[in-house]
Design a binder for this molecule. Sequence first.
Ligand SMILES: Cc1cc2nc3c(=O)[nH]c(=O)nc-3n(C[C@H](O)[C@H](O)[C@H](O)COP(=O)(O)O)c2cc1C
Length: 395
Amino acid sequence: MNSPGDTTTTRLAQSRAESAATRAEASPATLSAESPLPPLRPLSVAPMMEWTDRDFRFFLRQISRHSFLYTEMVTSAAILNGDRDLLLQFSRVEKPLALQLGGDNPADLARCARIARDYGYDEINLNVGCPSDRVQNGNFGACLMAQPELVAECVAAMQSAVPDLPVTVKHRIGIDRDAQGRALDRYEDLQRFVATVAAAGCRRFSVHSRIAVLGGLSPKQNRDIPPLRYEDVFQLKRDFPALRIEINGGIRDLDTAQDMLDKTDGVMIGRAAYETPWIFARADADFYFADGQPRNDRQSPARDSQNVPATGGPTRRAVLTAMIPYLEERLGQGRKQHQVLRHMMGLFAGRPGARAFRRMISEREYPEQDPEKTIHALTELIAPEILDESPQPST
Ligand SMILES: Cc1cc2nc3c(=O)[nH]c(=O)nc-3n(C[C@H](O)[C@H](O)[C@H](O)COP(=O)(O)O)c2cc1C
């Protein structure tokens, strides 16, 4: 998507990024010591198209106040040419929140980063992990793993557009083939990618721990079929101790996430956050102090134990009740209740009443214009002791 007029600047920037990368590769462990790190984010909910829209994020926030949230991927073209408010507006309670961008044109991405800052996002994240054909045709997403210099250029452009915000990258551990059909699936390819992009100013890498297969697998298959290689991500943290390395892929509960923090700086959970959102009810108590500071901060580990909530987290009745004014507000903005409620179907997953709860939402068996009655009808399906259950303590 680079215009021909950009070529000279692109080449110059590329050669700068390349020489920086060569320097960085010489000594990855000393990388980035000179620039500030983005905040530690021990636990996040992954960006997911059509799932992590603002309505889901508001709902998840009723369960965990401090987990870091991401938008769905929004392309730079959509932001520059589309309905910006529709794409970018959010409620303040969703913060801390990152906008995930899709694109490969440094100047466009830089403009989008500036726009996003004005909307109040806390971080800008670039998608280098999506394997869909549509995204590959636009030369962004996972296929950019074959062009680390271009990713470095995009990061550098965005970072200089918004020096006050972290610019981060979400990517795979590799791809099955580049434009010439060569596999880039060895750890050394991943290491080179990270060194190159880090040299341009990226300080947090969120790594989906499997390669992307760019030919023959759908995006859905690409989330299950290539085997997970967590060890590559752990190795990345050992090789780049000065960077924030966040691990993603196949993590379904907070105990596993907690264990992963021994070897990484953060854990990103995707499908399990959507399908079983109640697992996040322990997130604030287990991963953060009451003031929202992460508990895995090795720089200031000794904190007043008073600051740690002994029990924490809401009940599901409280979560549902908090959705009433939100549904009313969204109805007033022209949304349908279903657009919000569909994200809540997993709230009772695995508990008695879950199926009836899901069915009432999916079959829209509630009064369309009356959120209070809707939520009341939904709570009637669940036993009071489950509605009022406290989050399960971590084991
Ligand atoms: C419905 C769906 C949509 C997704 N959309 C995006 C996206 O927009 N951007 C992105 O970087 N990853 C996207 N992903 C990938 C997730 O962010 C995550 O990397 C992947 O699901 C693996 O994590 P998990 O095993 O915890 O789900 C999507 C995943 C799902 C299930």
